[in-house]
Design a protein around this ligand. Structure first.
Ligand code: UDX
Length: 464
């Protein structure tokens, strides 16, 4: 019998990408994968990607759902609740039945759902007599923050709505770095996300297999602590190995925007370690003033740069660049709306990454050995920055002024330190060392068939 996994992705680009990387990994272990998405994302993906660019053994299916506008606190809560209904347990139950009815020979042997999509799914898996695994797409510490939060509320460190009570920093566990109290991941969305995160951790801790899109070596003390209480399996880095050798791959991530591959030829024209890569992932929105300061900063550096400027990067309008900017940087600037980021990062010409610190971008950068200038926007990104700068020493911060804007001079200064100073040399050396560790971690986890280092193998678990 061929193992057949139903993958339930949270319907955002930053969650779909690691879920797809997991799908590739499973396929390389002989699995058949059915990848469940929301209709709206499914259609965007079909529109932006060539139809047969995915693996033959990965089947994409979808159910009706589109996030309602989430630009108010109420909108966020409504959107998350609608998701829990439209892609929740009764829908997944129906999907499982339909798949099994169509595939008498290859019925589903397991469900792997995004940790934020697991609510009520254990009963569906039990009903169909197949195992359930949760897949947490962010850093293990992000999960741990929600996991340990109830005890911080009991101790009076956090108020019951998640507001920090006393201190300037909050330490969730001795195995984790302290977080600035303004950097807590739910603050952008208030009490609703705090409560939802705690519920997610509570739900997930009862699931036998909790797969993390992270790797052991970067969070050893925390993983050791957590695994005494939760079935923690860091199975990363999931990035296909070809990218670790600066090679292109046939494995494409199903993006919402059309990939501009011409920027790779543009990169070919540049010296090794010369190009600044700038990208803010799939959600970040910047103000016109911020885009202007960044553009002026890039102009002032006099270095080549590749800037991923999504069509919706600026709220309410196409990105507005300073007058004649494109003309002035014509010889050394390349601006595209979406690019194959793994291929870009692994291109030899890339010197550093100006990043919003989304976990995928950070882990991709770590795995490929690219140092970072960090500019977090929301959610887990402040936590990721803390790790990148304070724990792993792989980058530098970009600091905003009193109006929340990162000024032109801050970019110039950050890039000079990172690319020209003694401190920058040390950071680049750390990036090189961690890349090697990530590579061995990758080989080790692959070799053990997706199991953690010891104990039973995840693949054989799916066959049970
Ligand atoms: C979101 C959250 O913002 C992030 O904090 C969380 O950890 C995951 O979900 P996003 O903001 O999109 O993700 O950032 P990130 O996690 O970096 O994911 C973006 C993905 O899109 C990466 O896999 C990146 O390689 C890819 N990408 C980005 C491209 O392929 N091309 C691009 O032009 C830009």
């Amino acid at each position: 019998m061929v193992p057949h996994a139903l993958l339930v992705a949270f319907p955002l680009q930053g969650h779909i990408n690691p879920m797809m990387q997991l799908a590739w990994k499973l396929v390389s272990h002989g699995f058949l994968v059915t990848f469940l998405n929301s209709d709206s994302n499914h259609n965007r993906i079909l529109k932006a990607n060539t139809p047969n660019s995915l693996h033959d053994n990965i089947r994409m299916i979808s159910v009706p759902f589109e996030f309602p506008v989430m630009d108010t606190l109420e909108g966020i809560a409504n959107g998350m609740e609608a998701l829990g209904k439209d892609m929740g347990p009764s829908v997944i139950d129906r999907v499982v039945r339909e798949i099994n009815a169509r595939n008498e020979e290859n019925k589903l042997t397991c469900i792997i759902a995004d940790a934020w999509m697991c609510f009520g799914l254990q009963s569906v898996a039990t009903l169909h007599k197949i195992p359930l695994a949760a897949f947490h797409t962010a850093l293990t510490s992000f999960f741990a923050i929600y996991y340990f939060s109830p005890s911080l509320v009991s101790l009076g460190i956090l108020a019951s709505d998640g507001t920090p009570k006393k201190d300037k920093t909050v330490k969730f566990h001795s195995s984790m770095p302290a977080l600035h109290s303004g950097d807590l991941p739910w603050l952008w969305a208030g009490e609703y996300m705090f409560r939802k995160g705690i519920r997610m951790a509570e739900e997930v801790k009862h699931i036998k297999w909790v797969l993390f899109n992270s790797f052991l070596e970067i969070e050893v003390p925390l993983v050791e602590t957590l695994s005494k209480e939760v079935g923690v399996y860091p199975i990363g880095p999931l990035i296909p190995p070809e990218f670790l050798h600066s090679r292109t791959s046939t494995k494409v991530l199903p993006s919402f925007w059309k990939n501009d591959t011409e920027c790779l030829q543009w990169l070919d024209k540049h010296y090794a370690h010369s190009v600044i890569y700038i990208s803010f992932g799939s959600i970040t929105v910047l103000s016109e003033k911020q885009v202007e300061e960044l553009a002026m900063g890039m102009e002032a550096t006099r270095r080549p740069f590749l800037w991923l400027l999504r069509p919706d990067l600026m709220k309410g309008s196409e990105a507005i660049l300073p007058a004649d900017f494109l003309e002035r940087v014509r010889d050394r600037g390349c601006i595209v709306s979406w690019a194959p980021q793994l291929e870009v990062l692994s291109h030899p010409s890339i010197a550093c990454f100006v990043t919003h610190c989304g976990w995928n971008s950070v882990q991709e950068s770590i795995t490929i050995g690219v140092p970072m200038l960090c500019w977090p926007y929301f959610a887990d990104q402040f936590l990721n920055r803390t790790y990148v700068i304070d724990v792993w020493k792989l980058g530098l911060p970009l600091n905003a002024n009193s109006e929340g804007i990162i000024e032109k001079g801050e970019f110039v200064k950050g890039l000079e330190i990172l690319l020209e100073s003694e401190q920058g040399l040390e950071i680049r050396e750390e990036a090189r060392k961690l890349k090697i560790i990530a590579f061995w971690s990758h080989c080790f986890v692959s070799g053990l068939s997706l199991s953690c280092r010891e104990g039973p193998c995840f693949v054989s678990f799916c066959l049970l």
